[in-house]
Ligand binder design. Structure first.
Ligand code: SF4
Ligand code: MG
Length: 324
């Protein structure tokens, strides 16, 4: 296994108390595999990824338990200096907002080249040549000329390609993409996602794709982990989840995807809002919003029940959900 996250807990100290952002997350990704981590904002999906990357803002953030095994080593036990070597070279992250992640006063060639100068000790000239190669690889037309341009001279989609190029530069074993296409319009979204999937295949990397949009994952992900209030509530091969979700929250998410054959009909929306992480409801955290909730849901936290060898659901009534 490339990455094995086990029972991870993360808290944030805030003025109003302790926010329990991640409450026992377990997931894994193999080489060549894409795991989509799905959830509304505040579900803990980004915080989990930041803990894996070692870029959590701490304090006020604190990892209070668990393990992050990467190629067999527990990253949480490494010193910051060793951690820094892993970051970029062995795992890299792609963020939603390329414009703020890129340096506005450096040409994209200098930024891409810097990876090779710093990590590989290359000369500036060789690094520049590698930058052009990378831009070709992410299919930016006219790379030879455009390598001299600044981030603001590129469109949103092209900038996101530059971010991907940057992440790929050192051929990491794992890429984490946090809402990589959210800022783009729909057609460009599909192109960028397709590119990412293709490069993942070519380089046999593991990919964690963080998204709030179940609509974008069907074609690219192998497995899905659905998060709610800092926990994984359903984990499944992607096709099974579309056929029959085993958790009412997943069902709600699926029912709220716009479908072409239902044009004009009002979209289903899960009622209510996700809970505050300062005050997570007892029992099943989803119970205040769940159409299937019963008494036991208000008191007993559902474990991740085994639905099949490859599937888990944290719902006391997963059987009903699956067959309903
Ligand atoms: Fe709904 Fe109860 Fe299942 Fe939670 S455990 S998702 S409240 S039915
Ligand atoms: Mg986020």
């Amino acid at each position: 296994m490339l990455l094995d996250v086990r029972d991870l807990h993360v808290e944030f100290r805030t003025r109003d108390g302790i926010a329990k952002a991640v409450n026992g997350v377990t997931y894994s990704v193999d080489a060549g595999e894409t795991l989509a981590v799905l959830g509304e904002s505040g579900s803990g999906k980004s915080v989990t990824a930041q803990a894996v990357m070692g870029i959590l803002d701490m304090p006020p953030g604190r990892i209070t338990g668990g393990e992050v095994l990467f190629q067999g080593r527990d990253l949480l036990k490494l010193k910051e200096e060793e951690r820094r070597k892993v970051r970029g070279a062995e795992m890299a992250m792609i963020f939603q907002d390329a414009l703020s992640a890129l340096n506005p006063v450096l040409t994209v060639g200098d930024q891409l080249g810097e990876m090779f100068v710093v990590h590989r000790g290359m000369s500036k000239k060789d690094a520049r040549a590698r930058a052009v190669e990378l831009m070709d690889r992410v299919r930016i037309p006219g790379a030879k000329e455009r390598v001299r341009q600044y981030p603001h001279q590129f469109s949103g989609g092209m900038r996101q390609r530059i971010m991907i190029a940057m992440a790929l530069a050192l051929e990491p074993a794992l890429i984490i993409a946090d809402e990589p296409t959210t800022a783009l319009d729909v057609t460009v979204q599909a192109q960028v996602m397709e590119l990412l999937a293709e490069l993942r295949r070519e380089l046999n990397m593991g990919l964690i794709l963080i998204t709030h949009d179940l609509g974008v994952v069907a074609d690219v992900a192998d497995r899905i982990a659905v998060m709610y209030a800092g926990r994984i509530v359903e984990s499944s091969p992607v096709h099974d989840i579309y056929k029959a979700p085993a958790h009412p929250y997943t069902r709600g998410l699926l029912d709220s995807i716009p479908r072409l054959d239902q044009k004009g009909q009002e979209l289903y929306a899960i009622k209510g809002l996700p809970p505050s992480l300062l005050n997570i409801p007892p029992g099943c955290a989803f119970h205040p919003r769940c159409p299937m909730a019963r008494d036991v849901c208000r008191t007993d936290v559902p474990p991740l029940y085994e639905v099949s060898e490859e599937r888990g659901s944290a719902c006391h009534f997963w059987r009903e959900c699956l067959h309903g």
